[in-house]
Write a protein that binds this ligand. Sequence first.
Ligand code: ATP
Ligand code: MG
Length: 556
Amino acid sequence: MSEERSLNFIEQIVEEDIANGVNDGRVLTRFPPEPNGYLHIGHAKSIVLNFGLAQKYNGKTNLRFDDTNPVTEDTEYVDSIKEDIRWLGFEWEKELYASDYFEQLYAFAVKMIEKGLAYVEDASADEIAAAKGTPTVPGTPTPARSRSVAENLDLFERMRKGEFKDGEKTLRAKADLASPNMHMRDPLMYRIKHAHHHRTGDKWCIYPMYDFAHGQSDSIEHITHSICTLEFIPHRPLYDWFIKELDIFPSRQYEFARLNLTYTVMSKRKLKQLVEEGHVNGWDDPRMPTISGLRRRGYTPASIRQLCERVGVQKRDNMIELGLLEFCIREELNRTANRVMAVLDPVKLVITNYPEGQVEEMAADNNPEDENAGSRTLPFSNTLYIEREDFMEAPPKKFFRLGPGLMVRLKNAYIIKGESFEKDADGNITTIYATYLPESKSGGDQSGLTVKGTIHWVSAAHAATAEVRIYDRLFTVENPQAEEADFKTLINPDSLHIIKQAYVEPGLLKATPGERFQFLRKGYFVVDKDSTSEKVVFNRTVTLKDAWAKESAKGK
Ligand code: ATP
Ligand code: MG
């Protein structure tokens, strides 16, 4: 898909750099996840941008785990992140860890101290905050700010050796306490954390802060374009200052707008709460905006990349409609998914004039949108299941499906005419009786009749049983992150509806997890990993038509 589009602002920067011979025209980007949760679709945006730029400009992309916080990180997350990036269709140049640079970062910090540009602080976090001033009032120096280089070197080394407790000391940059940019007011460079790290174990008890790890890691790797989200704009002067004072490779930071999606939350911290408090069934719950959740929901890598392409690269934060993501997958599956028949709310239909015990194999095309998709056969008999909603006891005028005296075509089979029905004690229809027209067989119809409606069906004796999981949006409001209320009070209580006993055509019993289908007239579905040899489990990926666009138009 090479749709013509103009360059986004980051591509413009890269092209200018290449034209000016910056870094000899070399392009090296990085994707820097913190391994403290599973990736979500916002990360996909960053992945597509970083890897996409490298692909376009003959460059490379490093995968760097930003693992500088020992408390929240885990190798389970590292593994899932790698799986998700590969699934999206990208391969990194090098797999790197910020924790591999701890020794180098320590040396950089020592250099800053030696230059008189860093000092060991005794004040607590609260005291530091109180002395920082406000954007209009300059900060005031703490007594530690005037420590000698020698004393700072000694104290910093003792911090490393574990002589102090958590929070007792920090290392601060000696930058500019009067700067209008609060990030420049002697930001923290190191803090003490006596905690086990998933890779370095107990070797370290001091850990660098984001601002003294990220830019330095970029520089160590000779990253040419370090792309992050807008909230890091005020960090950029600090990013540049450290690089300049350390006199190391001049990586440059560029910022773009985060991807936000309606009806969900997009922060690992919040997604983790949903998982840990049981609001969803794991990180890969098909309602989650995680890559693994979207995969299980039936999304394809191409549909997610397509969303990122369509959204583009912006300089201002915005909200993307969930409907756009659904549009992307619907468009793809319409081209690629085989059509099958599945009856989700079954009612029995008996064709009284069709010979009892006779079975015919009806030919059915797999996908009218794809002439190479081939065909299959479906067993037909005198007892079928059809959708309950396709029959009405007393149909109104424009009901073009089945009712007493009404004719409808059974897809890939015959025209039938409704005759009568039976009900149970509660008034629910239990069996519908109909007659068929033998000369109306699909593919060789001699009946001369035209009927307006076509409905799907499965043969009762041959159908496979399926469980079908129907998902709705996870939150009741468009932007749960913007609401005052705790986001968890905004969870949609009806986001999952399970149909325990649906009937699907027999061939689907052989379908394997991840296979995607269009259930005729019902939507797109994917086989879930919970399937067994007796029962296939399907997740609904998306409806056939955009029901939401209509609904939201009504609401406005
Ligand atoms: P979260 O708040 O969800 O934990 P994060 O930014 O802390 O997100 P990281 O693991 O630090 O998560 O992010 C890795 C990369 O992905 C960063 O470069 C970050 O800017 C980018 N990223 C994270 N969320 C989004 C988003 N919603 N849209 C675009 N890029 C994102
Ligand atoms: Mg982060």
